[in-house]
Write a protein that binds this ligand. Structure first.
Ligand code: ADP
Length: 499
């Protein structure tokens, strides 16, 4: 039986999962690493911790599954997207902590680029927005603020990578001739990559003052990149699949045909719809990105990114202490029939799609003396679902296609109440599959297609199975009222933080 090792490098933890050729999980290892918050709105990771936790979990997962390197057909890598690492090629030493996708420090840089008329060009070529979310302004910040960065770049010693590149480089030998590469999905989130001709773009590089010498080579999402350095995993294993986490989840959910959509409920929520060979230009503030490049063809997707999804529940737990564990949010929210009229807008790190306001901050509205922790928990679950419902509406308007159903995954989909609220507020069936490890599974599929474990993408669709379908409830009036009140709340949360 063939096996694939998926490395799922997420925002809060590194995971490694061994899948067999039936797409079943054989072993899982996971390690959390530090979230570093140097200032309000800033989020960093230590790249060394990312690498060490990822390597350790890879070894653990292989040991748990009782496999050696020669039993593994390939490695698939999937990763938190947009997060930026810059390192010295000679030593492998990062010149600074990684700046994480959630980090807002470059909000004013984005304003400046917009004011100087750059938005249309970035939007047309990259399919993205000018928002601190993406890598470009984070790279520029590091080049400006780390004293030795510019000179290292001028001498050709500096390397930039999103987290996939950082892992590939380390896995293939690091300073000893490591491969400096990325895939189209990760490249597409940097603000530097033209998604139509699939090249780094000189005009965009100039606008951000990023030298081309630091960029990785861009490859497809499913091909043999190179074998891992022999000492690391007990023998060489080909790295054969690479994709950003959300695109990998779209693949893992077998959303292989135009119009199929999935939403992942982790720290943030990410709704992606496959739009086939067409890169749809959004007129409703969504993102256009490659879904994957596979066997010589690129498929595209429309994406709505919500920055704070499951993290709303984390805040109830860690910030307020009204629950001990995230799953407790369900029972607490279910102890009241509604949110008692309150609206929570969890714009803790600004608002993403379709509002794009880096200056928005969280708001809690409609509080009375009768408001309890249970109402707040209910409002938190509603807030997650409202944000996704906003994206569903924008996606339907952009694509001209009604989103007929949504496949879901991520940590928070274990919450049945949240899933029901989601179906009610978005007014579409929400479908939870049996295997919700879809991000890692997507990366495994991409690697397995490149190494002959599976012959065709259609083979993987056969492995996908439904666990439960949540149908929208009948009460349209109630939904309409909740949606209207939410929209009012969002307006109040916008434009709060002073630039
Ligand atoms: P990530 O990959 O972004 O780190 P995960 O997919 O592991 O995230 O999901 C974790 C998120 O889901 C956390 O923000 C957590 O608060 C939330 N979560 C986990 N279980 C539940 C639950 N039963 N109900 C609501 N939220 C949950």
């Amino acid at each position: 039986m063939a096996h694939i090792l998926a490395l799922d490098q997420g925002t809060t933890s590194s995971r490694a999962i061994v899948f067999d050729e039936a797409g079943s999980v054989r072993a899982v290892a996971q390690r959390e690493f530090r979230q570093i918050f140097p200032k309000p709105g800033w989020v960093e990771h230590d790249p060394a911790e990312i690498w060490e936790t990822q390597l350790a979990t890879a070894r653990e997962a292989l040991a748990q599954a009782g496999l050696t390197a020669s039993d593994v057909s390939g490695i698939g890598i999937t990763n938190q997207r947009e997060t930026v690492v810059l390192w010295d090629r000679r030593t492998g030493r990062p010149i600074h902590n990684a700046i994480v996708w959630q980090d807002r420090r470059t909000a004013e840089d984005c304003d400046r680029l917009r004011h100087s008329g750059h938005l249309p060009s970035f939007r047309r070529k990259t399919g993205l927005m000018l928002d601190p979310y993406f890598s470009g302004t984070k790279i520029a910040w590091l080049l400006r603020n780390v004293p030795e960065a510019r000179s290292l770049a001028a001498e050709g010693h500096l390397a930039f990578g999103t987290v996939d590149s950082w892992l590939i480089w380390n896995l293939t030998g690091g300073a000893l001739n490591g491969l400096h590469a990325t895939d189209v999905t990760n490249a597409s989130r940097t603000l530097l990559f033209n998604i139509h001709d699939e090249r780094w773009d000189d005009e965009l590089l100039d606008a951000l003052e990023v030298p081309a010498s630091i960029l990785p080579e861009v490859r497809s999402s499913s091909e043999v990149y190179r074998e891992t350095a022999p000492g690391l995993l007990g023998g060489p294993i080909p790295i054969a699949g690479v994709a950003g986490d959300q695109q990998a989840a779209l693949f893992g959910q077998a959303c292989l045909r135009t119009g199929m959509a999935k939403c992942t409920y982790g720290t943030g929520c990410f709704l992606l719809m496959n739009t086939g060979r067409t890169a749809i230009r959004s007129t409703h503030e969504l993102l256009t990105s490659p879904a994957w490049r596979l066997r010589g063809h690129t498929d595209f997707c429309l994406e709505g990114s919500v920055f704070v999804g499951g993290a709303t529940v984390q805040w109830l737990r860690d910030g307020l202490g009204i629950i001990q564990t995230s799953p407790e949010s369900e029972a607490l929210a279910a102890s009241v029939p509604d949110s008692g009229g309150i609206v929570l807008v969890p714009a803790f790190t600004g608002l993403g799609a379709p509002h794009w306001d880096p200056y928005a901050r969280g708001a809690l509205l409609g509080i009375t003396r009768g408001t309890t922790a249970a109402h707040l928990a209910r409002a938190a679950l509603e807030a997650i679902a409202h944000q996704v419902a906003d994206v569903v509406s924008a996606m339907e308007a952009d694509s001209g296609v009604a989103v007929s159903e949504m496949r879901v995954d991520g940590g928070a989909v274990a919450n049945d109440l949240l899933m029901q609220i989601q179906a009610d507020l978005a007014r579409i069936p929400v479908i939870r599959p049996k295997v919700t490890e879809t991000t890692a599974l997507g990366a495994a599929y991409l690697a397995g297609l490149a190494t002959g474990v599976w012959a065709e993408p259609a083979d993987i669709a056969e492995h996908w199975q439904v666990d439960r379908v949540f149908e929208p409830g009948p009460d349209h009036d109630r939904t309409a009222k909740l949606r209207a009140r939410w929209k009012k709340g969002v307006e109040r949360a916008k434009d709060w933080e002073e630039g």
